[in-house]
Design a protein around this ligand. Structure first.
Ligand code: F6P
Length: 342
């Protein structure tokens, strides 16, 4: 059996742990051969491969990023994309393809398996934790840890100057990183894409915090939007999915707070630092288990299925179940956090 592996979409701490576990178990227990495709779907589209064997995965467990490279290339948007992918899989004599990715990358995997009978197994990844069908994705815990450490640090500088500090975290469509890091870091306001916010309400929470002689920390997800529809969109800048990029909600909000409360405000945009560096222990554990179970799914011929975490068990679900809708923060979880606002 010859197994190909690719990592697509935004990189994520833990990708290398999946690759290592899959290769180690596949070679040692089942005697499989491996090949890596470079840069997500660009690899099979352009027949660009990299050798993948035990020496190639040595020492990569704690390393961030992905040794296979990644991209947001989508063969569904390339000319004859699916045909080219299938031809190159055949040329490489690939019997099974392990696809490690988020919504977009796995969407291609589901189409290839369901409509073209390609032998694909999926592994979910995203720091945003917004993939359905799995309780957690690896990378999320690392991102929350980085954001929480930043919030801890921002508390002390905010207190020293009695300023408002607005922290913008990742999360275009779902506020999981904002919610978890905001709770863990003791934020005074948490704003998420799932619920439009009222700027006056934010300012009143900020002011009440100052009245108790504390400097407020506002955590805002990059996709959060104000209720009154004031402009935070830059519609001339599209992201690689062709979505409107929400730009600078943190900066925008800090200006509004200054204007409306008369208090000094600063913004910290954490950006890609949340995706970089070594994975947390939890993410290494989850990614390793995903890699081991993905190879068992290959052995069982579970094509079109994806490994997923349910409580402490790794289960298999149809890939399409994860890509058909996003997992967003539900209102009761957000309400639970709001006791700390203000
Ligand atoms: O999907 C993960 C993610 O990190 C989002 O939270 C973020 O909006 C996006 O990727 C950034 O993508 P890029 O690295 O392509 O700018």
């Amino acid at each position: 059996m010859r197994v190909a592996v690719l990592t697509g979409g935004g990189d994520c701490p833990g990708l290398n742990a999946v690759i290592r576990a899959a290769v180690r178990k596949g070679v040692q227990e089942y005697g499989y051969d491996f090949v890596g495709f470079r840069d997500g779907w660009r690899g099979p589209l352009e027949n660009d491969t990299v050798p993948l064997d035990i020496p190639a995965v040595r020492g990569i467990l704690p390393r961030g990023g992905t040794v296979l490279g990644s991209s947001r290339t989508n063969p569904l948007r390339a000319e004859n994309g699916i045909r080219r992918v299938r031809e190159n899989l055949a040329e490489q004599e690939v019997d099974a393809l392990v696809v490690i990715g988020g919504e977009d990358t796995l969407g291609v995997a589901a189409r290839l398996a369901d409509e073209h009978g390609v032998h694909v197994v999926g592994v979910p990844k995203t720091i945003d934790n917004d993939l359905s069908a799995t309780d957690y994705t690896f990378g999320f815990d690392t991102a929350v840890g980085i954001a929480t450490e930043a919030i801890d640090r921002l508390h002390t500088t905010a207190e020293s100057h009695m300023r408002v500090l607005v922290v913008e975290v990742m999360g275009r469509h779902a506020g999981w990183i904002a919610l978890h890091s905001g709770l863990a870091g003791g934020a005074n306001v948490i704003l998420i894409p799932e619920r439009r916010f009222d700027v006056d309400q934010v300012c009143s929470w900020v002011s009440s915090r100052f009245r108790s002689s504390y400097a407020p920390i506002v955590v805002v997800a990059e996709g959060a939007m104000p209720r009154d529809g004031e402009v935070v969109l830059k519609d001339d800048s599209l992201d690689s999915f062709g979505h409107v990029r929400l730009s600078g909600v943190g900066e925008w909000l800090a200006k509004q707070i200054e204007r409306r409360t008369g208090k000094e405000a600063r913004t910290t945009v954490l950006g890609h630092v949340q995706r970089g560096g070594t994975p947390s222990a939890f993410d290494r554990w989850l990614a390793t288990r995903f890699g081991l179970h993905a190879i068992d799914a290959v052995r069982d011929g579970a094509w079109g299925e994806m490994v997923a975490l349910r409580a402490t068990d790794i289960v298999r679900v149809p890939i399409a179940e994860a890509t058909s809708r996003l997992k967003t923060v539900n209102p009761s979880l957000y309400r639970e956090a709001s006791v700390f606002f203000g």
